[in-house]
Ligand binder design. Structure first.
Ligand code: ADP
Ligand code: ZN
Length: 764
């Protein structure tokens, strides 16, 4: 009896692909399994594909046949295959795009046809990966250790050769560079030994190891607090259920310690764990804590690593060399076996959502992966996403709380300064007297301060005071930001840059004004106000070098006193005991965004930044400068009480039917020609509306738009969108999937682009 394989073709799908069914010929029965790499006929060519399912019953009557099964390790197991299919369905994207996240990084897997075998059968292989394994020169003894020591005695006139022989006799085969380091033996020395037949030189695979060092002394034998112990017990003793835990713990309550202990128990059972952190380059401290606890068992995966480093980490995760994987979003796909636990730190962070295809949310994928593998999940946050907290209230998740800081340290005292009426200092006027007083006081005490401003550059509005002309990007409808060091105007969306003009390009007037503060301007003003105090500025302009985050944060940590000034990249996970003051220069940047999550984002970000203050023995204080002091999200900062904020927010969401009360699907259209964009978005809207009116899309509760996107032109493309509020049903998604190819014909060059974003994190 024949069997059939559901195969995903390995091409970056232009549209949204689907699996194709092929017959498994008898000769290949038993070799074509889930995860097998196969060669299949496709159109007039042969293509590479992956078996994602093996079926006894085909869904159609006619089939082509699999040509060959390649002699490759299985690319994924059945759980991951199921996860890929689930992800593609949930996010209305192609399975091959999801599979690409699970395959080794940096490999171009192109099919190559080799000379046929002697009986004429075709042979295939996969072309060279972009990344190769790194090889290194090694030396080993060709004689016994004793003979080598004896030879060393006789080589007294060649002390380096003698030292190399001793090193090899003591330690066995060694990389040449290590012999050079111990024994001062150059490659000429080793060649001389090889010439005498005592030593052989050869090349061997090595691994590129990322550098994680970070200056923190970590206690290894902490006594858990009563709350931590309770949290840990409820997490580790709940064998009855695998529904996720929401660990809601105020900043500084010791959530990391709970993760570490829970992982420890998983490792003791011989299982593995994945820990996701928002953006790993920004959280060197968390990585270092994992490494301190679990040492060599920890792998790290994130985009800040070189491709070679990433490839090597991946390869060794797959061969079982590591039992803990710490990483950013993409680590949720790490090829670990025998998974026992997934931890998601700062689960509310928007960076867990990928903002390009496939647009998955790592938290939701993690929960599904854990469910499929029978593993546990811990979602940790001081300010959980409204969705997660709502699920905990509905008992889909277990809520576990840490209400106190370690050693009962007080939460920082928060003060809100209304900038509409505040007394201000300095020429630019972005410091209130209150903020500056507290900052001076902190510096006088010899403590450290953190200043937060979520805008880089010098000024973000360049306006002609004579004619009112605002200088915008030529490719995007956003204003350009002035960067004073280079004296250029820069678009923060597309990177367009031009020299700053001295005359208004519109009216020729000389009164060009620079408005709106960015970190660069605040830095220069701080240097004038506090010439003696070191200022560390961290934003994407000052952290382009590899490892810049780790080294900058490391030296701020190690120095005495000083100010750390930065954008949201300094908000995450920093634990500096001597920071006693946090100043938020402008709390309104996120609040004014046209997005239903603006309030939530603002509250979360401000709580997170403020939570950096007073984590050591001295208490901390926070000043929040705002033009919207009465806004509920800002008001909630005063008490820092998440639950009050949540109750208000969830009522709003319910009234407007926003998540978690509905699932949103943002249908985005962009085209270089405005008419083409408008026509496509209108066709999409019409199609959905017709179907709704015919009663065929009962899952769609509301259709909003079409409307121009808030960023209505980006990189010379016009952008429109359409928003569906649905009850998350599969039928709507199937409809959208099927509609895709009808809306965007593949053959047309420069066709308008259509994207589906399920659970969008940004509606810009
Ligand atoms: P959170 O992630 O909840 O903001 P952290 O995990 O960074 O907090 O912990 C805050 C600080 O408290 C860290 O310096 C950590 O080493 C320390 N800490 C955690 N648990 C304990 C404990 N049981 N006893 C003493 N110090 C602890
Ligand atoms: Zn631009």
């Amino acid at each position: 009896m024949s069997s059939y394989a559901s195969v995903i073709i390995d091409i970056s799908a232009k549209g949204i692909d689907r699996p194709f069914e092929y017959e498994i010929p008898d000769a290949l029965a038993g070799r074509a399994k889930v995860g097998s790499t196969v060669v299949i006929p496709f159109g007039k060519t042969s293509r590479l594909g992956y078996v994602i399912d093996v079926l006894a019953e085909p869904s159609r009557s006619k089939h082509q046949t699999i040509t060959a099964v390649l002699d490759e390790p299985l690319a994924f197991d059945e759980t991951m295959a199921e996860l890929a299919i689930w992800t593609a369905e949930k996010y209305v994207c192609s399975v091959s795009d999801v599979l690409r996240l699970m395959l080794p990084p940096g490999r171009s897997r192109r099919l190559r046809q080799e000379n046929p075998t002697s009986d004429g059968a075709p042979r295939y292989s996969i072309s060279q990966p972009q990344v190769n394994t790194k090889k290194e020169r090694y030396a080993k003894l060709m004689v016994s250790a004793d003979a080598a020591r004896q030879a060393a005695l006789e080589l007294s006139r060649a002390p380096r050769q003698a030292a190399a022989l001793r090193a090899l006799a003591d330690d066995g085969p060694l990389p040449a560079h290590r012999i050079a380091a111990f024994a001062g033996a150059s490659s000429a020395t080793l060649r001389a030994l090889a010439g005498k037949g005592l030593v052989a030189l050869y090349m061997e695979d090595t691994y590129r190891e990322p550098d994680f060092t970070y200056p923190e002394e970590l206690p290894l034998d902490l006594q858990l607090t009563a709350e931590q112990r309770q949290a840990l017990t409820s997490i580790t003793e709940s064998n009855t259920s695998t529904s996720p835990f929401l660990l809601q713990g105020v900043t500084g309550s010791g959530k990391t310690e709970v993760y570490l202990r829970a992982i420890e128990q998983v490792l003791e059972r011989g299982q593995t764990a994945i820990a996701l952190v928002p953006e790993i380059a920004l959280t060197p401290q968390t990585v270092s804590r994992f490494r301190t606890r679990f040492g060599e068992r920890v792998a790290v995966l994130h985009s800040g690593l070189g491709l070679g480093e990433r490839y090597d980490q991946w390869r060794r995760i797959q061969d079982g060399s590591y039992s803990v994987v710490v990483g950013a979003r993409s680590a949720v796909w790490a090829p670990v076996d025998n998974l026992g636990l997934i931890v998601i730190d700062e689960e509310h962070e928007p960076s867990y959502k990928q903002d390009r295809t496939p647009r998955y949310h790592a938290r939701d994928v993690a929960i599904k992966r854990a469910e499929l593998s029978g593993a546990g999940v811990i979602l940790g946050s001081a300010t959980p996403s409204v969705e997660s907290r709502y699920r905990a209230d509905k008992k889909d998740y277990h809520l576990v709380r840490l209400t106190k800081r370690i050693e009962d340290r007080p939460m920082p005292a928060v003060e809100i300064v209304d900038m509409k009426s505040a007394e201000r200092v300095g020429e630019s006027g972005f410091f209130s007297t209150r903020l500056l007083d507290q900052l001076s006081e902190t510096i006088r005490r010899g403590d450290k301060a953190i200043l937060f401003l979520n805008r880089r550059g010098f000024a973000n509005f360049i306006i002609c005071r004579d004619c009112g002309h605002v200088i915008n990007c030529v490719r995007c409808n956003v204003s350009l930001t002035y960067h004073s060091r280079e004296r250029t105007l820069l678009c923060h969306h597309c990177g367009f840059t031009e020299p700053a003009p001295s005359l208004c390009p519109e009216c020729g007037g000389r009164s060009i004004g620079f408005f709106g503060a960015g970190t660069e301007r605040v830095e220069s003003e701080l240097k004038e106000l506090f010439p003696e105090t070191p200022v560390t500025r961290m934003d994407s302009d000052t952290t382009t070098a590899k490892d810049a985050h780790r080294t900058k944060l490391g030296s701020f940590r190690a120095q005495a006193g000083g100010i750390l000034l930065g954008t949201q990249m300094i908000a995450k996970g920093l634990d500096f005991p001597d920071v006693t003051f946090v100043g938020i220069i402008n709390a309104d940047t996120a609040l004014n965004l046209p997005d239903f999550r603006a309030g939530e984002r603002t509250f979360q970000l401000m709580m997170q930044v403020g939570g950096r203050a007073g984590r050591g023995t001295s208490p901390g204080s926070v000043i929040v400068q705002t033009y919207n002091p009465d806004n509920y999200a800002i008001q909630a900062l005063l008490t820092g009480d998440y639950d009050t904020f949540y109750e208000h927010e969830v009522t709003l969401r319910d009234a407007l039917d926003y998540p978690p009360f509905s699932e949103l699907i943002n249908i985005g259209v962009s085209a270089s020609d405005e008419d083409a964009a408008v026509s496509l978005v209108n066709r999409a809207a019409e199609m959905v509306r017709d179907k709704m009116e015919a009663g065929l899309l009962p899952g769609v509760k509301e259709l909003l738009g079409p409307a121009p996107a808030p960023l209505s032109r980006l990189k010379n493309r016009y952008r429109w969108h359409l928003l569906l509020k649905t009850d998350g049903d599969a039928a709507t998604k199937r409809f959208l999937r099927d509609a895709y190819s009808g809306l965007v014909p593949r053959e047309v060059r420069d066709a308008p682009a259509l994207t589906y974003d399920v659970d969008p994190m940004s509606l810009l």
